[in-house]
Write a protein that binds this ligand. Structure first.
Ligand SMILES: NC(=O)c1ccc[n+]([C@@H]2O[C@H](COP(=O)([O-])OP(=O)(O)OC[C@H]3O[C@@H](n4cnc5c(N)ncnc54)[C@H](O)[C@@H]3O)[C@@H](O)[C@H]2O)c1
Length: 504
């Protein structure tokens, strides 16, 4: 994906939305109609009156091609381009826009459109005169055309800021400024920017499926480490540092982390410490890392005493989440990732939670949508509290028990499986202390179970060991442990708990 084209009937607010999107994505905004007017030295009504619609459409095609230019990579001179309401009627223009970016079609009901454009008489020559009937006729005539765009957003009855936020989710595109500056993009991995002396860090499983094509395309070196949480340790991190040295990486080099959360956490940490910090790019390959681990800049590795005990904040320069990479994941790993998706639904997105309730078959057919919605929850939280001084701790829902259970299971449980167990156990505790209703607990348990995730702490697992592990977990504080507990679907609260026996 390169440029973002906003398209749709007159009055859908393409320019207003475009400017808001440009501000939050730190991209340039351009209104194609203004470019045409500048090129022609006259207004669009004047062009239409003096030269006719065909001449105007020719100018539109020329302006579009001039604007799009030759951006070659995912971060190279992107723009947000608002198009006139008929700009893609010509197949030539549509093909050109599709080849050079993503088109988001804005739609609205007739009364909304009328309300917005009735105050601008004379600005739209095709609607001059009987606005209501002409607009209705234009919508009818272009109905099939507008319907043929797959990425659509309805703007009715919502403030522009909300429309901009929702548009970002649909586009799968975000920019974080709170800790470093970086883009998060849902798109094809082949759009990675060209890098100086890049090296790809990956694990043996991911390498089997995805390394060769990416490595060839970017002429990159690679280092392959053993897969699995049990290798997320200092030994593997030192291997990475040594590989960086042997491959001649200097302070200008960049590392690409191609893998799940384990690879992302270790590569980010190795990059944060190698030569006092070099750049890295996240290419997450598990659902869990797309919606969670690759976002937010936390990097690190485990000690035998506990998970993620050593780490740093070192955000990547770019994250590209390509849902097609998930097709090679095992069923168990995909389900494991769904635990974090459910968690994000519980934290603040009831619609996402409802998607999870559709079950695994629905999820598999709608992976891109699931990734886009679930990552947006985490992005919003980390934008507001990048260093976990307050609300970011809400993302720990399920993790206080989950991390402990994962550790005590000696990583027999996948990370997401442990988080599912933790989420269900913490929800049950929330109900016992009167924070959540029984129906909320049942919704959480049945959704996790229907996705094939465990919800009970294994009976044979010693409770004392879990409590001990919870105390060592990095989220402890002196007297009590802070839990993120569900109140209802879409809302969690941070609660300090002293009696850990009671929680289990
Ligand atoms: N930094 C953070 O903010 C953060 C947040 C959440 C989780 N995490 C960490 O993330 C880790 C869990 O991440 P994970 O679940 O992605 O585990 P993982 O990285 O171990 O990947 C899971 C398994 O899937 C394989 N795999 C990965 N991508 C594949 C693909 N496309 N096709 C086939 N196989 C593939 C891996 O080789 C591995 O065996 C934990 O260490 C956890 O602590 C970090």
């Amino acid at each position: 994906m390169k440029h973002i084209f906003l398209y749709g009937p007159p009055g859908t607010g393409k320019s207003t939305l475009g400017k808001l999107l440009a501000r939050s994505l730190k991209l340039a905004f351009i209104d194609l109609d203004r470019v045409i007017e500048t090129n022609a030295g006259m207004s669009i009504p004047q062009i239409m009156e003096q030269q006719g619609e065909t001449a105007f459409r020719d100018m539109e095609t020329a302006a579009l091609k001039e604007l799009v230019g030759h951006a070659s990579s995912v971060t190279d001179s992107h723009k947000i381009i608002a198009l006139g309401g008929g700009a893609l009627l010509r197949n030539e223009n549509r093909d050109y826009a599709e080849a050079n970016g993503k088109i988001l079609l804005l739609m609205a009901e007739l009364p909304t459109l009328l309300n917005r454009i009735q105050h601008e008489p004379g600005k739209r020559p095709l609607l001059a005169g009987d606005l209501k009937n002409k607009l209705a006729a234009l919508l009818e005539k272009r109905k099939e055309h507008y319907n043929s765009f797959t990425l659509k957003h309805h703007v009715d009855n919502k403030p522009s800021e909300q429309n901009a936020r929702e548009a970002q989710i649909k586009l799968g595109r975000h920019h974080l400024s709170a800790m470093g500056e970086y883009d998060i993009i849902v798109g094809q991995v082949f759009n990675l920017p060209s890098l100086q002396n890049p090296i790809i860090v990956t694990d043996e499983n991911v390498a089997k499926h995805h390394l060769e094509k990416i490595q060839t395309l970017f002429n990159a070196k690679s280092v392959i480490v053993p897969a699995g949480e049990e290798h997320k340790n200092l030994e593997t991190v030192s291997r990475l540092w040594k590989a960086f040295l042997e491959n001649g990486l200097d302070r200008k080099s960049a590392v690409i982390a191609l893998g799940g959360g384990v690879i992302g956490d270790m590569t980010g940490f190795a990059a944060s410490t190698y030569m006092r910090g070099i750049d890295w790019i996240g290419v997450p390959t598990t659902l869990l890392s797309m919606v969670d681990a690759s976002l937010g800049g936390k990097t690190g590795f485990d000690l035998p005493e506990g998970k993620n005990l050593i780490g740093s904040f070192h955000p990547p320069k770019l994250v590209i989440a390509d849902p097609s990479l998930l097709l090679t994941l095992t069923d168990r790993e995909l389900r494991s990732g769904m635990a974090e998706v459910v968690k994000h639904g519980i934290i603040s997105d009831p619609d996402l939670f409802a998607m999870c309730q559709q079950g695994m078959d629905w999820v598999k057919s709608n992976l891109e949508e699931v990734v886009k919605r679930a990552m947006a929850v985490k992005i919003k939280v980390i934008e507001e509290d990048p260093y976990e001084k307050g609300d970011r701790a809400k993302l720990n829902l399920g993790h206080t028990i989950g991390h402990a259970v994962e550790l005590v299971s000696k990583f027999e449980l996948r990370h997401g499986e442990a988080i599912a167990i933790g989420t269900a156990a913490e929800a049950r505790y929330a109900a016992r202390v009167g924070l959540a209703s029984q129906s909320t607990v049942e919704a959480i348990e049945s959704t996790l179970s229907a996705l094939g995730l465990p919800i009970q702490i294994p009976a044979e697992m010693p409770r004392g060991k879990i409590i001990q592990a919870m105390r060592v977990d990095k989220k402890k504080n002196a007297k009590s442990i802070r839990f993120a507990l569900p109140v209802e679907i879409g809302r969690v609260e941070l609660v300090n708990v002293d009696d850990l026996e009671e929680v289990l």
